[in-house]
Design a protein around this ligand. Structure first.
Ligand code: SF4
Ligand code: SF4
Length: 194
């Protein structure tokens, strides 16, 4: 007979506990309902561009564990376009977009926003989008504007309206000459490093 499973108690620091509590309060969501099915990640258009360093599933998991540094230092909370695709796919009814939004607001509230770093993230996200898809796509553009202005909720209503009218393409379309574009970007990087 196998030994009974041992209950593991996670010891969180005061800062981690505060983060956990505040994100829960701001978002009104219980991230503990997540069972890591990864449906949110599979549907996320920004994760597809390669601009996220943590997947939406990983962000939820890290939040559950109170991993404040991992979450607030991630690019993901800044490049998330608040499109809510993840939210609509979650079988557990977790509003992931709201949870990520809450983490972003928490970062702003405690002054963990570095404008220079944000612009770097924005630039890298766009370079990655071009490299992978051969072009920028509309959702990427909306994301870029959000990154530049750091006004994350201002254009949400407009974005949603455009999306439902079919004017905002949620998935990027690849161009045929992607190989040439990758070669070109490689050359640019080589020249930059000289
Ligand atoms: S809200 Fe953010 S995390 Fe969710 S699918 Fe959209 S871009 Fe991805
Ligand atoms: S879709 Fe919901 S349950 Fe599945 S990994 Fe994402 S947050 Fe967790």
């Amino acid at each position: 007979m196998s030994a009974p499973a041992k209950r593991i108690e996670l010891k969180l620091t005061g800062e981690q506990q505060k983060f956990l509590t505040e994100v829960k309060q701001i978002s009104g969501q219980n991230a503990n309902l997540c069972y890591q099915c990864k449906k949110c990640t599979a549907g996320c258009p920004v994760a597809r561009t390669g601009a996220m360093d943590l997947t939406p599933t990983q962000v939820i998991h890290a939040i559950r564990l109170g991993q404040i540094d991992l979450v607030l230092n991630s690019h993901t909370i800044w490049v998330c376009a608040s499109c809510e695709t993840c939210t609509t796919r979650c079988p557990q009814g977790v509003d992931i977009a709201k949870v990520i939004d809450a983490a972003r607001n928490y970062a702003k509230a405690i002054g963990r926003v570095d404008a220079e770093k944000s612009i770097d993230i924005f630039f890298n996200a766009f370079m990655k989008s071009i490299e992978r898809n051969g072009r920028l796509y509309e959702l990427g553009l909306a994301l870029g504007i959000k990154m530049k202005t750091l006004e994350f909720t201002k254009d949400m209503e407009l974005g949603r309206e455009m999306f439902f009218k079919g004017k905002l393409k949620i998935f990027p379309h690849k161009t045929k000459n992607i190989k040439e574009i990758k070669e070109m970007l490689k050359k640019v990087r080589e020249l930059e490093s000289k």
